[in-house]
Structure formats: C-alpha cells, structure tokens
Write a protein that binds this ligand. Structure first.
Ligand code: ZN
Ligand code: ZN
Length: 182
C-alpha cells in the first residue's frame, strides 16, 4: 500500500531535509539539506574515519571510528549562512540499530571532536543530498516487535547515503557516507 506523500522525514531531519519527490517513494526518501535561513551551503562535520572502499576503489567513504573503547559515527552540517549546526546522523540514535538498539552508555559517551570534510580542491563548503532506504511500514512495525508504531516506523530506516557537491569546484562525492544501520 502506498504511503500518502511518500516516506516520512525522520524527526531529527524534519527541519533541514527538503524532499525530492522525483527520487523518493514509499520506502525511499531523497532530499537536499536546506537550512531554515535558506542556505544550501554547509561545512560537513564528522566523527568517523575517512577511509577508502575496500574493493580497490579510491573513493573516500566515512566509516565508524573507535575512541576510548567505544565506537562512534556522527555526521553534522554547519550552515555557511547562519552557522547553525544540524545533526544529520548518529549511529547511536538514528536508523534501525541506533533508534531501536542504541545503548544509553554509548549515547551519553563524549565523542571525539568533529573533523571537517574537505574536497580535493581544499574547499569546505558543500551542497548535501541524503538518500534513505527502508523496509515498508508493515514490515518495519512487525520486525521491531512493536517498538515502532504507525507514527514512528520511518525512524527505523535501514540505510543512509550522503553525497556532496563542492561549492568551489563542483566535484561530486557520491556516497561520502554509505552506512547500513541494520
Ligand atoms: Zn543557516
Ligand atoms: Zn572542490
């Protein structure tokens, strides 16, 4: 059954994600990050490890990092227009594992400081697109054992991909974040 309006926007993204209806559907949400001030340019901040694909590609991809015996993965966007910082993803809070299985100790643990992602050209100002994939509503509610409801099922998404375009040189980084949450 089709969800009216398509896949709902998870609460923590409701103020900053502007849906792209052409790419979105019942189990997929694609949108651009847009600040309330109107700006689409952001510094991409991350707590993670900037690695490369393990199958030989040189494409950078941000991965989970260990710090003080705990694992962290967190992405934020700091607006170039008004300096407001928007949390886009935290592995202990968001998606299937974060929302349903996040440990209080991990959520309260202090992560290392953010690093700022830079393009090959040195630019630190980016457009950001987020692509979320999920099971459908009925499966999500069933598999959560009742923890997800008709009002929250979309919080348990399965995959988040984040891509950027550099404001300075227009280089596109497809799937700078490519994170399975299940
Ligand atoms: Zn702003
Ligand atoms: Zn660039």
């Amino acid at each position: 059954m089709s969800v009216a309006g398509g896949y709902p926007i998870p609460r923590h993204l409701s103020e900053v994600l502007r849906r792209n209806p052409a790419k979105s559907g019942d189990t997929r949400l694609v949108g651009d990050v847009v600040c309330a001030c109107g700006s689409r340019s952001f510094a991409v901040l991350y707590v993670g490890y900037p690695g490369v694909r393990d199958y030989g590609s040189r494409t950078p991809v941000l991965q989970t990092t260990e710090f003080g015996g705990r694992y962290f993965f967190r992405i934020a966007a700091r607006c170039d227009g008004c300096a407001k910082e928007h949390l886009l993803f935290d592995m202990h809070l968001h998606g299937w594992n974060g929302f349903l299985c996040g440990e209080e100790a991990d959520r309260k643990a202090r992560p290392p400081a953010y690093a700022k992602w830079r393009c090959d050209c040195g630019g630190a100002s980016h457009r950001i697109e987020i692509d979320i994939l999920a099971e459908d509503k009925q499966i999500s509610v069933e598999e959560s054992g009742g923890e997800l409801t008709d009002d929250s099922w979309f919080e348990g998404f399965a995959w988040l991909t984040l891509s950027t375009v550099c404001d300075a040189c227009k280089l596109e980084r497809h799937a700078l974040v490519d994170y399975e949450t299940m």
